[in-house]
Design a protein around this ligand. Structure first.
Ligand SMILES: C[S@@+](CC[C@H](N)C(=O)[O-])C[C@H]1O[C@@H](n2cnc3c(N)ncnc32)[C@H](O)[C@@H]1O
Length: 311
């Protein structure tokens, strides 16, 4: 099947990375190389693109998009292990990092991956089925009602989280929930009919929550971006596109912390903490897609882009 994913905020990403021929750029979420192709073209002929993805099918698609001959090093792995991956890539430092978080359109659209609430498939949702043993079926059938409530509320921002968790626990006591559409039916039963008519598909938020839990998405984000900043050359930039308020909060907090300089009390005449800022914030507020981009690509809807520069 053709790998179709429209890159989000493409012009903004290339502008914020301030690409030059010869730059070394790391795309930590390569996907189908939508952003990476533009990056590779802008840094050619001497630049190096390192592309990382934990999903084998994304890497296969990216290799076709990028064409051999372009200076690209493609690595399968999780950006939670960025130090190891960059040592493997053999680069000395990087001029830029891109993180375009979450899932790609093909991952969502291929029914057998179990991400879609429109098509029936086993409850899987793993971006890396080879290395990740945790499936959505395990979360749904084994987690306690309290944990399910917490995950659906926090990661899904779902106001009916506790009802959905209670309905899941009741349903699975009769028979394990094995497929996406079995779960969708339980979610629909849990949400009152009047509420079901608003806010898109009733299963959207719960499916997002399960996906984030299965792939440990928030856990690796902070360590990934801290590692990237360590590898950045002075003047190099890190660009992160997030699609969830919890992700954006992590990015904002880490950037703000590393952009702070001296923390001595204002009445101390000479700095004694010696703290120097590591980053300069390029975006004080997140950049969001235009209405036109959202109309053309509804998956851009919740995107927020933040950029910082290594000082
Ligand atoms: C939104 S897509 C990226 C799309 C890409 N920018 C493009 O334009 O084609 C996110 C990709 O990141 C990958 N991914 C998500 N979390 C990851 C992680 N922790 N480590 C490595 N890859 C990850 C997913 O497998 C997916 O292919």
């Amino acid at each position: 099947m053709e790998y179709r994913h429209t890159p989000v905020l493409l012009a903004e990403v290339t502008q914020h990375l301030s690409l030059n021929p010869g730059s070394i750029i790391v795309d930590c979420t390569l996907g189908g190389a939508g952003h990476a192709k533009r990056i590779a073209d802008s840094i050619a002929p001497t630049g190096i693109l390192v592309g990382i993805d934990q999903d084998e099918s994304a890497l296969t698609a990216a290799a076709t998009t990028l064409r051999l001959g372009q200076q690209a090093i493609l690595l399968k792995g999780n950006f939670g292990e960025l130090d190891r991956l960059l040592v493997e890539a053999g680069i000395p430092f990087a001029d830029g990092f891109l993180f375009d978080l979450g899932v790609s359109s093909p991952q969502l659209d291929l029914p057998e991956r179990g991400f879609s609430y429109h098509q029936d498939a086993p409850l899987d949702m793993r971006m890396d089925p080879l290395l990740n043993p945790l499936t959505a079926a395990h979360v749904v059938n084994e987690y306690s009602e309290e944990d399910l409530t917490r995950i659906i509320r926090e990661y899904g921002e779902e106001r009916w989280a506790s009802r959905i968790a209670a309905f899941v626990v009741a349903a699975r006591s009769r028979r394990s929930l094995a497929t996406t559409l079995e779960l969708v039916d339980v979610i629909k039963d849990a949400i009152p009919a009047s509420a079901r008519r608003q806010g898109g598909h009733p299963a959207r938020r719960t499916f997002q929550a399960l996906r984030m839990e299965v792939n440990g998405e928030l856990g690796v984000l902070e360590s990934g971006i801290r590692a990237a900043i360590r590898w950045l050359k002075p003047g190099g930039r890190i660009v992160v596109i997030s699609y969830h308020s919890l992700e954006d909060r992590v990015v904002k907090r880490v950037f703000a912390e590393l952009a702070r300089g001296c923390e001595c009390p204002p009445d101390v005449p000479i700095c004694t903490c010696g703290r120097e800022p590591v980053l300069r914030l390029v975006t004080r507020r997140p950049v969001v897609p235009t209405a036109d981009e959202i109309a053309e690509n509804p998956r851009a809807r919740s995107a927020r882009l933040r950029t910082a520069e290594r000082v």
